[in-house]
Design a protein around this ligand. Structure first.
Ligand code: SF4
Length: 67
């Protein structure tokens, strides 16, 4: 199971994650991400990792956990 989370101490509301992973992340009115559930669908794992690597604040964490 792969999960995605935002480190709110780092997130600066750049909004890039939403553009790279629109299936999972939308933005609130201030540009902060709203994540649609922690668990990432297997088909979206690669895109989630790309979004995490692209986050300018290194605020997006994608982790693979135990089932
Ligand atoms: S790209 Fe990073 S800093 Fe920007 S909104 Fe997403 S998590 Fe926050």
């Amino acid at each position: 199971m792969t999960t995605i989370e935002v480190d709110w101490t780092r997130c600066d509301a750049h909004g890039l994650c939403s553009r790279l992973l629109p299936e999972k992340i939308s933005l609130d009115e201030w540009g902060y991400p709203i994540i649609d559930g922690r668990v990432v669908d297997p088909a979206l794992v690669q895109a989630a990792r790309k979004a995490a690597m692209a986050c300018p604040a290194l605020a997006l964490r994608v982790e693979r956990g135990a089932m």
